[in-house]
Design a protein around this ligand. Sequence first.
Ligand SMILES: Nc1ncnc2c1ncn2[C@@H]1O[C@H](COP(=O)(O)OP(=O)(O)OP(=O)(O)O)[C@@H](O)[C@H]1O
Ligand SMILES: [Mg+2]
Length: 693
Amino acid sequence: MHRTAPEGHRILVSAPYGSDAPSLQSVLAGQRYDVTICPTLHDLAVAIGDDVGVVLLTEEALSGDLAQLQLALQQQPSWSDIPFVLLAGRQAGRAVSTEAIRRRLPDNALNVVMLERPLSSESLFSAVAATMRARQKQFEIRDQLTRLDTESTRLVTLLDALPVGVAFVNPDGTTALANPEFRRFLPTGEVPSQRAEGAGEWEGYEPDGTPVTRNRFVTARALRGEIVRGVEFLHRPAGKPEVWTRVSGIPLTVGGHVTGSISVIVDIDEQKRGQMALAAAAEELERQVAERTEALTEALAQLKAEGEERERAEAALRQAQKMEAVGQLTGGIAHDFNNMLTGVIGAIDIMKRRIASGRLDGLDRFMDAASISAQRAAGLTARLLAFSRRQSLDSRPTDVNGLVVSLEDLLRRTMSEQISVSIVPGSQVPAALVDANQLESAILNLAINARDAMPDGGALTVETTLVTLDEDQCTKWPGMKAGRYVVVAVSDSGVGMDAPTLEKVFDPFFTTKPIGQGTGLGLSMVYGFAKQSNGQVRIHSAPGSGTTVKIFLPMAEAGVGPADSGVEADHRGDGETVLLVEDDPSVRLLVREVLAELGYTALEAADAQSALQLLGGGHTIDLMITDVGLPGMNGRQLAELARQSLPDLPILFVTGYAESATERSGFLGPNMHMITKPFQIERLSAKISEMLG
Ligand SMILES: Nc1ncnc2c1ncn2[C@@H]1O[C@H](COP(=O)(O)OP(=O)(O)OP(=O)(O)O)[C@@H](O)[C@H]1O
Ligand SMILES: [Mg+2]
């Protein structure tokens, strides 16, 4: 449709008489109007259209059948009311009857302007222009209607397609406009709060979970002027599944008055059920976790109880094993001591009887027998002490290479003829911090084991090396410190040992040798000695492939010192006074005897207290010999007190076993010496002579 020309400029002219039509046409065309001449009413009816601006006709044109014109006007759109400018002629003798002429127009031509002829062109122009302006207004209305129509079509299309229910609600609760989604929930077009029976289709909930009452329904609230957002409703359509919805309401107001509301319904069923399922799942999960936790706690408690039970059982087992070991140990000691005591007691008995009956010949044999048995007993206690790490060790820097070389002769004599002996001192082996006598005896023990393992001959090798142990290696050997160690390895090519034997070799009295041939203390002694020397023993052995026993000894920081003078020369006393402190009468008797024999004067005390009295009693005392393990104050403490009044007094300690005396270097002060029980008389007298000489 044209907004500008020619609509609004188009004029239909119908003037059947004379030159009316052409002259009107030429006048109007001069005013830039677009003029169409319609000679008949039929032509006019055909030309009528909604683009026509004005119809200009003369009275004479209305003298035919108007039905066709009437029909054409009827078919005009509602906004269109085509203006008619009717030119009536003044006839002589009659006044123009406007009404009469007008009535000749079809009754649906309502917009009529009458002009009387003759009239000036100005009057015609101004009448045509005025009607044309009025017609222009109609066109504008037409355009606005068209725009409104487009918009409303758009809105309806949008509403129809919206997945959300929307309705414009009238103040009485009926819907003025609702989209299909909304009608799904309200097919009656009336909000439930307005219908008693309808409310039952809905069940709404306030945020606190209580059901929404009728006047709290969203639309009811919106119609009271409240903006309501997101109230959840369970919608229960008859015969269909329930649906969860969320409803909002917005009041529509004009000048402060509520003229209706917009209601919006969203189907949240899927989301809501998802949420509820999630909540249920979370609850279920929580329940399960609680259940599991409880089960776990129970299991833990049970495990703990079982652990405690097992610990008790293990403790009982350990106790049983300990008792077995103690039994084995005491049994072994008792057995061996009985044998030895039989030798001693038997020999002494026989001697007593022979002396009583005056048969003094051949007593030597029995004396030797008693002495040998007693020596064996001494050997046994020495090994026991070594194993229990209670022996008195004289650890000092020792040249281990020199020591093994000096042992070569002894080892050769000890081995059988079919056994070859090699001594392999390592190069650059430094001194080890060790008790030389004990090391000799350990090597001898190992060599004898090797010999016993090679009844048909073989090879014995004694080797020395220097090894460095790092932290890593030490973690495998409990109690070992990282550092440098002198290793003495004694290897044989003998029968070797199986795993079960290897496990027990260090147990005291464990032996596979026939009764009388082994006490099972050899390796126990070596083990205890190495441990007490801050070292370690390792055994490698397998049946048929021989055995290597390695003794690890800590490297000495200092070099080898001057050796013990080892003076064994008999030194005769010159009446010097010796204070003898010893609680055991037999030992006291023996030592006193030795002192008398050597020409010394002996003062005796059975404990430290009496010794102190003698020390302060005005005697000149040249030497104190004291037992370490005295009742009450011990020998070391006595020495301490004695030295307070006599700082230069030489002191000789005698010890059997003393925990505090296990490491001599720390135990002995200046001019103090030590001799271990049981001692040979020669050794004691040599020591006394050395100290007084
Ligand atoms: N070099 C070796 N070859 C094979 N078996 C050995 C060797 N050294 C020790 N054994 C085994 O270990 C056991 C224990 O040895 P250990 O030296 O402690 O006691 P013993 O030699 O039996 O008796 P003892 O040494 O007291 O006279 C031996 O009986 C033997 O079975
Ligand atoms: Mg042995």
